[in-house]
Write a protein of this length. Structure first.
Length: 284
């Protein structure tokens, strides 16, 4: 069945309109520090480490694209120029010194070009600068417990249900919002220590470029320096049981003044909770 030009035109217009609508919806729902609908790139960076991860990703993408196009061009040339019909008498060439030297040296140079920024990024991730703040994250089935060892602040962070989310304005993202958020000051080096109480979990915040396993009986460390204020979302990134998908992480990056006010409030709340626990134990 043949389609008329008018029907073809309407079909093309519909497809273009749908693509524009999808792109627009992705922009409308996009948010700093969280995934966006139809997103095909890395999340926007909010730390120096993530800046370098994005740069390295883009560098490798262009490099791989160039190599792929080069190999594809060679395949097309071989298929077109050196098939049996075009060359009834095949070439008997067995050696070409220039080509053999080139295909040895060029891959080595490519690997060196990849290795240098790769190791630089690796050392940046592993070499933790002097920290302004330390946070300990403990993975549980299926939530996260956080403590600020220097300030004696402790709390557990649990994912909000849809009913709890509906009471908040603006409504936070589904499966990512929590009742107690981690709060840190902007432009400060934060050391993150991870461990677990039961099975292996993994602490990951894409916008900060961090992902580190939380292993029972072991203390791992990483770091980040948030360069933008806002809420940044992450999740457990290690399969840890039936509710693995319901272990979100929220880090709220605020000004120094807001952080000082939050810390004062949390210290008072933790002290009150400890006093109640001590009174209950004494009563027993």
């Amino acid at each position: 069945m043949k389609m008329s030009r008018g029907r073809i035109g309407r079909l093309v217009f519909s497809l273009v309109f749908a693509a524009i609508a999808i792109s627009a919806s992705g922009v409308a729902f996009a948010g700093l520090g969280q995934p966006s609908p139809w997103e095909i790139k890395l999340q926007d960076s909010a730390s120096p480490v993530m800046d370098n991860i994005i740069w390295f990703h883009n560098f490798l993408l262009w490099l791989i694209t160039g190599i792929t196009l080069f190999v594809l061009a060679l395949l097309v040339i071989v298929v077109v120029r050196f098939n049996a019909k075009a060359n009834p008498i095949p070439s008997r060439t067995t050696h070409n010194t220039l080509i053999e030297v080139a295909w040895t040296i060029v891959p080595v140079l490519i690997l060196v070009a990849v290795a240098v920024p790769s190791f630089r990024l690796l050392f940046q991730q592993l070499d933790i600068p002097k920290a302004d703040l330390t946070i300990k994250a403990t993975g549980n089935q299926w939530n996260w417990s956080f403590s600020y060892p220097d300030d004696k602040i402790d709390f557990t962070s649990i994912m909000l249900t849809d009913e709890e989310r509906a009471k908040i304005t603006p409504t936070p993202p589904r499966l990512l919002a929590v009742d107690n958020e981690v709060v840190v000051p902007v432009d400060k080096v934060v050391r993150v220590q991870t461990t677990a109480n039961d099975v292996i979990h993994s602490f990951a915040i894409p916008s900060f470029g961090i992902k580190i396993d939380a292993i029972p009986g072991r203390l791992n460390e990483t770091w980040f320096k948030a360069t933008k204020q806002g809420k940044f979302y992450g999740q457990c990134s290690e399969l840890c049981g039936k509710d693995h998908a319901f272990m979100p992480i929220v880090i709220s990056v605020v000004s120094d003044e807001e952080y000082a006010a939050w810390k004062k409030k949390q210290v008072a709340a933790t002290a009150a909770k400890s006093s109640l626990a001590s009174a209950g134990a004494a009563a027993q």
